[in-house]
Design a binder for this molecule. Sequence first.
Ligand code: CA
Length: 233
Amino acid sequence: MEQKGNILLVEDEENMHETLKLNLEIEGYSITSAYNGTEGLKAVQNEYFDLIIMDIMLPEIDGITITENIRLQHNDVPILILSARSTGADKVLGLKKGADDYLTKPFNLEELLLRVEKLIRKNKQLQDKETIGEIYVFGKNKIDFKAQQAATWDGKQVELSKKEAMLLKLLLENKNEVVTREKILQMVWGYNVYPTTRTIDNFILNFRKYFEEDSRNPKHFHSVRGVGYKYVE
Ligand code: CA
């Protein structure tokens, strides 16, 4: 079946959890389950998701605190919160803290599925928005993505591996913006395959060696500790 998206479901009520999981799986989504706030937060730090469906009232850490935490980590994953209260106060707080959408329990399953689809589609469009061409020039460096080669500032010719070219492209397409580790893992390594942070660091070290005139004082390739990496022209 076609992979429609990777969803984290954070919901402590077992019947509700199983019903949602089953229906989302039937729709073709891949579901990671968390039954309390700690599990939910841990999953976000270890895996890339296209969407998080999150209950507000959860054991250990509530859904609003998790949402706030995710945004503080510069993670833009779409978040749909499920609110049990009818007052509306929770929903507003959730949206203020960075959730993208909400549903109040009890909700219509079909409506949930439609919102899920819409949020994931919107996010994918945003991610695809900027693309760079086959040739990219910065400083005295020139990259040919089609040939997977680079001519560097010191007159060397460098053969790029497929992953190097992919990571380079991702960083260049998001210039002046931090690309999170989660996004790099998803775009370059694919779903659910996790190299260590050091693996990505080694790629960045290579980029500095190739493209920086002074690799110890990089101008172009920066690490943002605990968050991700940034390319600056
Ligand atoms: Ca709950």
